[in-house]
Design a protein around this ligand. Structure first.
Ligand code: ADP
Ligand code: MG
Length: 717
């Protein structure tokens, strides 16, 4: 049987046989390089039993490896003290944080985690040098324990000392700070990966002790695989030891997860299926049905909102440039609307369906809030530490923030940077770090309290109804959103009936919770696992949430669409035209250069949906249509351009012309109403397509100009 005390000899043979040259290189580059990294599989291939021994008794064997490394360095003529770092532990060493129990204590374990908090660095003595105050002899004691300084008990006469003991006051020992070796140490709080946590349960957290070059290596929000040794410390209460203990992890090495969205696994068959689906003529409609199927598309606006959320899922492409700058690809969307229009429902759905999605509320309870915070004494040892907020933890994903207008003052201050530069800088109390927040923000807010918490009906040219006056948020923050939807809860009988029926039908299809808990029925979500298609209440085919997530992850990983000359011209024409039109109109949030980036992002996102590497003219036109629509509904721009062209069709706005058509039709009729089809026909003569008519009708209805007593029947209000 291989024993721990044999391990030094084993390490020596291992190093000499497998990596002698690397070690001399390392010795020569000390101290700029302090770690010697080796893969577990190399050790395993060299000697399986030895590899097993390391897994079972990591602390002693790895310490021996360090000693051997130092000896080897000194044999090749260098004074160096490198640390061994074993990475790539085998699958049976992989544990979830919640499964780490007394059995794993003092064994080599590996876990996949997200870093949520880091403390400031503090030096600690690693190798202490003492002098005997009586004879002046020097005593060296290595210090493996971060909680307690080990002092000499006697001045050993075997090592040239006087043999006097500390007990009985025979002698005293002075610690020589200047000669002792120090290393940095840091506490890190890690959490289970959110996708491994069952919905509704709290993720498990653990404190990890990082030392030497590992201290300061990690920042909050990072996803890493940590290799370490779980250990226990007795819990102290009022200075007295108790039989209770806490588990910590002593960090040995860590590995970054580099593949974007690697947690979503996609099989080759699923890729084939994704490619097939991307060819469907009704791809966009299929996705619209699949996004939050419980929320019915009662009108054009909800339809467009869902389309914009799909584009947000895919996102544009973030790019870096040689001058060090970066542009974001993520699309930020704000839903500003009356209470009860399904904002929260949409947000919670998007937070679940997006890879690395999160759902949180602006007025939430976490100290770190949405961005990040520096907190004192998070690890009970008086140090400052840095805690990641929701946006940091949603890095590379989507962060749905409900009650966005209720966020704290601190968050308001750092939100601009978090949304535009997509990082947060914190420098406080000895801790400083830059944390990435590369996520799309989907925010929901209620209208300004001073207007009674509801959107003020839009009156043409009335400045008080502009976006900025409807919401209690500073304008610079609002301009960070690529799209701001204003959702009014109007009474529109046909739509209300549709929503009402839909809600009751949905309920009919749901499984009673009691039956799920008593085990008589299966959890409905589980029946969708591994499926591609499901059916909605109306019986139409939709994609399962599981599959949408795979589709999105696949596109984000593999497609980085570029925008060539033709689509570029379309976007630029639209932008310059809108700028000119907007001049002097008194709009508070006028079109800035940001908006052209917004339309480009949406065009790129649409190209991704179709699995394309190039932005097409079609993408550009759809992106412009989306931009126009939200601006129009938010009273931020006139809808005076023809649908996808980006070029003004007539000097009069489509809205005015279609409004005039409807008025004429109604006046000419005896019943005082007209039907949608008549409007289509009359509008077609002026070359407005049905989409434009639909959109204008819905707007006129939202504005209260037209009344729709029954489906497809129109009256003047
Ligand atoms: P908000 O956050 O905007 O105040 P909620 O998301 O809490 O609104 O929605 C209120 C309720 O109304 C939810 O139960 C939601 O399902 C329902 N609801 C509102 N609009 C729709 C719709 N278009 N389709 C289906 N349900 C809807
Ligand atoms: Mg709500």
């Amino acid at each position: 049987m291989l024993q721990v005390h044999d391990s030094a000899a084993r390490w020596r043979s291992f190093f000499e046989e497998t990596c002698a040259t690397e070690i001399s290189t390392l010795a020569a580059s000390w101290p700029s390089q302090t770690a010697f990294v080796t893969n577990f599989s190399t050790i395993q291939a060299w000697n399986t039993a030895f590899a097993e021994l390391i897994l079972e008794h990591p602390r002693a064997t790895l310490r021996n490896a360090d000693t051997v490394l130092a000896t080897l360095c000194s044999e090749s003529g260098y004074e160096a003290d490198p640390r061994i770092r074993v990475i790539g532990l085998p699958p049976d060493a992989l544990h979830k944080l919640r499964d780490i129990s007394s059995e794993e204590v003092e064994t080599f374990t590996t876990s996949e985690v997200i870093v949520t908090k880091v403390s400031e660095l503090k030096p600690r003595i690693y190798n202490a040098i003492f002098t005997c105050t009586t004879c002046g002899n020097t005593i060296e004691i290595s210090q493996p324990n971060e909680l307690e300084l080990i002092e000499p008990l006697e001045c050993p006469d075997t090592a040239g000392g006087c043999g006097r003991r500390r007990s009985g006051g025979q002698t005293r020992f002075d610690l020589r700070w200047e000669d002792s070796t120090m290393i940095d140490n840091q506490w890190i709080e890690v959490q289970e990966l959110p996708e491994n946590v069952k919905p509704g349960s709290q993720p498990v957290r653990l404190s990890v002790l990082a030392e030497a070059e590992l201290a300061g290596k990690h920042i909050p929000g990072e996803r890493v695989r940590i290799n370490g040794i779980p250990y226990v410390r007795t819990l102290k209460r009022g200075g007295a030891k108790t039989p209770m203990f806490d588990v910590y992890i002593s960090l040995h090495s860590s590995e970054h997860k580099n593949i974007p969205l690697e947690e979503v696994t996609i099989t080759p068959e699923e890729i084939k299926e994704i490619e097939k689906i991307s060819q469907r003529d009704d791809l966009m409609e299929l996705f619209v049905r699949s996004i939050a199927p419980s929320i019915i598309v009662g009108d054009t606006q909800m339809n467009s909102i869902k389309k914009s959320l799909i584009l947000q899922l895919f996102g544009g492409v973030s790019r870096k440039f040689s001058d060090g700058t970066r542009t974001r690809g993520d699309i930020h969307i704000l839903l500003l609307g009356d209470p009860g229009v399904a904002k929260s429902q949409l947000l919670s759905f998007m937070g679940t369906i997006s890879p690395r999605g999160r759902f949180t509320t602006g007025g939430g309870t976490s100290a770190a809030g949405l961005t990040a915070a520096a907190v004192r004494d998070a690890f009970n040892d008086g140090r400052f530490s840095l805690e990641a907020g929701a946006l940091v933890l949603a890095d590379m994903g989507l962060c749905a923030v409900d009650e966005f207008d209720k966020m704290s003052g601190d968050d308001r201050g750092s939100m601009h940077e978090a949304m535009e530069q997509q990082r947060i800088n914190i420098n406080k109390g000895g801790v400083s770090a830059t944390m990435p927040t590369r996520c799309a923000v989907l925010a929901a807010a209620n209208p300004n309290e001073k207007n009674g918490g509801r959107l003020v009906p839009v009156i043409d040219g009335e400045p008080s109804t502009y976006l900025i006056n409807q919401i209690d948020l500073p304008q610079p923050l609002i301009t960070r959103f690529d799209i701001v939807w204003m959702i009014k809860d109007d009474v529109i009988e046909a739509r209300d009936r549709k929503i009402g029926e839909h809600i009751i039908r949905m309920k009919r299809r749901g499984t009673p919770e009691h039956l799920i808990e008593s085990g008589e029925e299966v959890e409905p979500q589980d029946t969708q696992k591994g499926q591609i298609y499901a059916r909605n209440v109306e019986g139409e085919d939709i994609l399962t949430s599981d599959f949408v997530q795979k589709y999105v992850a696949y596109c984000k990983r593999n497609f980085y669409p570029k925008c060539d000359e033709e689509p570029m011209n379309i976007l630029v024409d639209y932008y310059t035209h809108q700028r000119k039109e907007g001049q002097g109109s008194g709009n508070t949030v006028s079109l800035t250069a940001r908006s052209i980036e917004g339309t480009l992002r949406m065009a790129e996102a649409r190209a991704r949906l179709f699995l394309r590497s190039d932005v097409t003219e079609e993408d550009a036109k759809h992106s412009i249509a989306m931009d126009k629509l939200w601006r129009y509904l938010s009273n931020e721009a006139d809808l005076n351009t023809d649908d996808y062209s980006g070029i003004p069709k007539t000097t009069q706005s489509a809205e005015r012309m279609i409004h005039a058509i409807v008025r004429t039709l109604i006046r000419e009729s005896e019943s005082g109403e007209c039907v949608t089809n008549e409007i289509y026909n009359a509008a077609a003569e002026q070359s407005f397509n049905e989409d434009t008519v639909d959109r204008v009708l819905s707007t006129l209805r939202t504005r209260g100009t037209l009344w729709c007593p029954r489906l497809d029947i129109w009256r003047l209000a």
